[in-house]
Design a protein around this ligand. Structure first.
Ligand SMILES: [Zn+2]
Length: 111
């Protein structure tokens, strides 16, 4: 059965959660397969998730920034929450990529 860690080029299970997490999305260069050396990235699902999650983080930061002066508790935790959101922006898509979505051939042209 084709798992999410299967290379789309050679069909071998050449990736693991860690290598897949760092393979990037459709718009990145990707990681070479350990079996055949061709570049692989996380597919369309991962790319969409990453785009939507980035947007949500951006909106959340703006909403907090605009509302912080209105609520005292939010005002005192504003910096912590924003740092948390920014940290999750870097961590969450990688975590999701490591356990979800199939790998895809790298489609970016490498000159
Ligand atoms: Zn391969």
């Amino acid at each position: 059965m084709r798992s999410i860690y299967t290379c789309p080029h050679c069909g071998k299970k050449a990736f693991g959660p860690w290598t897949k997490a760092f393979a990037g999305q459709m718009n990145s260069k990707g990681k070479p397969c350990m079996q055949c050396g061709k570049l692989c990235v996380n597919g369309v699902g991962a790319t969409w998730f990453n785009a939507i999650y980035s947007l949500l983080c951006f909106i959340a930061v703006i909403v907090i920034y605009l509302n912080a002066p209105k609520y005292e508790w939010l005002n005192s935790y504003e910096a912590v929450i924003v740092v948390g959101i920014i940290a999750s922006y870097f961590v969450i898509p990688k975590l999701v990529n490591s356990v979800l979505f199939k790998l895809h051939e790298s489609i970016r042209l490498n000159y």
